[in-house]
Every structure is written in C-alpha cells, then in structure tokens.
Design a protein around this ligand. Structure first.
Ligand code: HMG
Length: 373
C-alpha cells in the first residue's frame, strides 16, 4: 500500500522584518546575512498570533484540499514552542476545524525533528488503519535573545499535511537512516522563552548527523546518490542547507527548495516541509521524481528519508496562493520589531492583522481565548 502526503499547506505571520534594516541597526554588513547566512527577511509575530492561530490557518487550508475530512481520526501537533506542558495545542485545532469527536489528538516534541517524527508515526498508523487519514501540524515561532548570533535566523511558520493511503502528492518510501545523539547544541528549559544554543556546535552536529543518517539510508535502501533527483534539507538558514548539500557531495541546485525559507526564517518543525512546498511550487515537472529529505532536530535526532512525487501532484498544489501569502506581508520598522519581541502590548488591540481566521483574543485566568479575527 502506498502511503504519503495527500495535501499540504503553510501559514506564517502577516509581518516581516527585512534583514537589510536589521543589519543597519545591529551595525553588521548586510552581506553577512544575504550571502553568509542566506536569508533576506524574517517573519515576526504580533501578540495576537501564536503557534495555534497559524496552525489553524495552515490546517484549514490543508483539510480544505482533501475529499473526506471526516476520515481524519488522528491529529498530531508537532512543536518545540509549546506554551502548555499539559494540554496539547492540537486540541484547539481539533475544535476550530470541527474534527470528529473520536479523533485522537496529541502533541509531540523533538526540536525541529518533531514533524518528521509525526510523519513517520502517521504513516505507521495509516498502515494499520488504511481508511484513516492523519492530520499532522508542525508549528513553531523561533526566538533568540536580542544581539545573539541566532537573532538574524529567527522566524516562524506552521505547516499542515494530511497523510493517507493512495496519496496525491508524495508517497513516503520505506527505509530511512536515523541518528540520535545526546548533545547540548540547542535547548530551551521550561523557565525560558528564548532558546539557548551553541551555534558552532549545532552546525557541526547537523553535518555530522547528516553524514551518518545519509549513509544509513543508502545502506538500508540499497541505493546510491544518483538514485535521488532532488534533496530538501532542514533549513535553520539557507547557508546551513547549502553546507549540507556540500557535505554529501550533492551536485544539483537546491535553490528552488530555499525560496520560501529565505524570507520566512527558521520555522523549526515546519522548516523542512516549507522547503518541500517551495520545491513543489517552483521546481519544473517533478512527477515520479525521488525527493530526499533531511530532517534534523537539535539535542539531537536526525533522519534522512525519501518520497516519490505522484503523477498528478500539480493539481493538488497551490503555488500562486503560497506566493501571495509571502508577498502580502507587511514590513515593520526596527521600533515595531522591538515591540513585537517584547510582546507586551495589549492583546485586545486590533492594530495588527492575523494570518488566518482566528486570533488570540485574550489570556484570562491563564486560559487562552481564541476568537474569529
Ligand atoms: P555567526 O557566528 O554570527 O556567523 O552566526 P559567522 O561568523 O559564522 O558567519 C556566518 C557566515 O557569514 C560565515 O560563512 C562568514 O564567513 C560569513 P561560512 O564560513 O559559514 O561559509 N560572513 C560574511 N559573508 C559575506 N560578507 C560578510 C560576512 N561576514 C561574515 N561581510 C551561526 C552563525 C550559525 C552560529 C548563527 O546563525 C547561530 O548561532 N544560529 C542559531 C543556531 C543554528 O541555527 N544552528 C544551525 C544547525 S542546528 C539546527 O538546525 C537546529 C535548529 O533549527 C533548532 C532545532 O532543532 O530546534 C537551530
């Protein structure tokens, strides 16, 4: 039985901060960000937008593209920017999408790897339950402390995809290479709102884990690099993905995979799948191509796996709508950027637009209240 992606969509903030402006305020040459890091803009989020509101937006779009939403009986919410240690953020998505009452909901975490963990669990679930569909949402807003080396790589987005039998976009192949090692390269203790990281160690471990997981993938599947047509790499910033390509001696261009990430920034669990959407939207005819996917989550777990693009995938993707999401964003000033970072202005303010149809209206007695925007 073929199992894979039957629909896919993303959402991000209505606001971005241009790295050219950021560089001028931080006294850094813009070329360091454009060429050295490979980024030109980062999505920044007003206080009435959070991982739930963008997740609902992405999930509504992904679910609207499938035939039978009532067959979704598992929702997995993957995130590392969770605001609640008990209640799964996916419960809000389940509520506002009116999914079945007997649909299971859970949240999972392993840094940026979490949506890939969800994808593999979803695939196994559908294998056991062929008539089921699984909604996977990866949603993260990435914040580093002001002035840190990570600050220009902030960003955020949600991606949602439906995993089913007989998929219309991409079949997920059996056989992958996994590598797990205990390392303190990037982490966020429960008391902190911003991640703590060792940038150089994280880049080193990303590449080392790529070497190991890619070699395991090739061995397990009995393939060589020439059996792969395109590769998407987890992209905390574009240059990291390009270094990944160099590491495995990948000769073909990965430009089409990085178009959306370069103006969104790091979206952690969503990032690899934003690369995939970027490739689907901007690549030439990909039908029947094998796509290699490298997922890396600090801490760390890495997995290299692959998929085959379905014959009629073009009728299931929405490149114009996706480009519009990014083109219709508003640029903010440095002063607004600082305000957004502090996240202190009143939630009741309707000054800022939301990505989709829901907004975080208030936090009352530590309860989050979401309403139609
Ligand atoms: P840095 O230390 O400020 O930068 O930040 P740098 O000094 O290493 O310079 C970066 C590049 O710009 C270098 O190129 C410079 O030569 C170049 P490279 O040697 O790498 O090819 N450069 C210039 N180029 C043109 N004109 C100039 C110029 N100046 C310098 N004037 C660092 C880099 C990665 C450390 C930083 O962005 C960081 O700490 N980021 C956060 C951590 C991170 O993203 N790690 C990536 C791997 S870990 C991962 O992917 C997991 C993650 O997504 C989290 C999760 O799993 O949840 C982060």
């Amino acid at each position: 039985m073929n199992i894979g992606l039957d629909s896919i969509a993303f959402s991000t903030s209505k606001y971005f901060f241009a790295l050219e402006n950021f560089a001028a305020h931080r006294g850094v040459a813009f070329e360091k960000y454009s060429n050295g890091i490979g980024q030109s803009k980062m999505s920044v989020f007003p206080p009435n937008e959070d991982i739930v509101t963008i997740a609902i937006d992405a999930a509504q779009k992904a679910v609207s593209k499938i035939e039978d939403a009532s067959s979704i009986d598992l929702l997995i919410f993957a995130t590392e920017s969770s605001f609640d240690l008990s209640k799964a953020a996916g419960i809000y998505v389940h509520h506002f999408l009116n999914l079945r009452e007997d649909c299971r909901v859970m949240e999972i975490k392993q840094a940026c790897y979490s949506a890939t963990a969800a994808l593999q669990l979803a695939k196994a679930f559908v294998h056991q339950n062929p008539s089921s569909k699984v909604l996977v949402v990866g949603s993260d807003i990435v914040k580093y402390s002001p002035g840190s080396s990570g600050e220009p790589t902030q960003g955020g987005a949600a991606v949602a995809f439906v995993i089913s039998a007989d998929p219309r976009i991409m079949i997920i192949e059996n056989g992958s290479g996994v590598h797990t090692n205990d390392i303190m390269d990037f982490w966020r203790p429960v008391s902190e709102s911003e991640a703590i990281f060792d940038g150089k160690l994280s880049a080193y471990n990303y590449l080392k884990s790529l070497d190991i997981s890619f070699a395991r993938y090739l061995k397990k599947t009995n393939r060589t690099i020439s059996d792969i047509d395109y590769v998407c790499f987890h992209a905390p910033f574009g240059k990291m993905a390009r270094k990944g390509a160099q590491q495995i001696r990948w000769q073909k261009s990965i430009d089409d995979t990085l178009i959306y990430n370069s103006v969104i920034g790091n979206s952690c669990s969503a990032s690899l799948y934003i690369c995939l959407i970027s490739l689907l939207d901007n690549g030439s005819d990909l039908a029947n191509s094998r796509i290699g996917l490298y997922s890396y989550g600090s801490g760390s777990v890495a997995e290299y796996f692959s998929g085959i693009i379905c014959e009629k995938y073009k009728s299931c993707i929405t490149p114009e709508e996706n480009r519009r999401i990014l083109e219709d964003r508003h640029e903010i000033s440095f002063e607004e950027y600082e305000l957004f970072c502090r996240n202190q202005f009143p939630l009741e303010s309707d000054t800022y637009e939301n990505s989709g149809t829901f907004k975080l209206k208030a936090i009352e007695n530590k309860r989050r209240v979401y309403l139609t925007a």
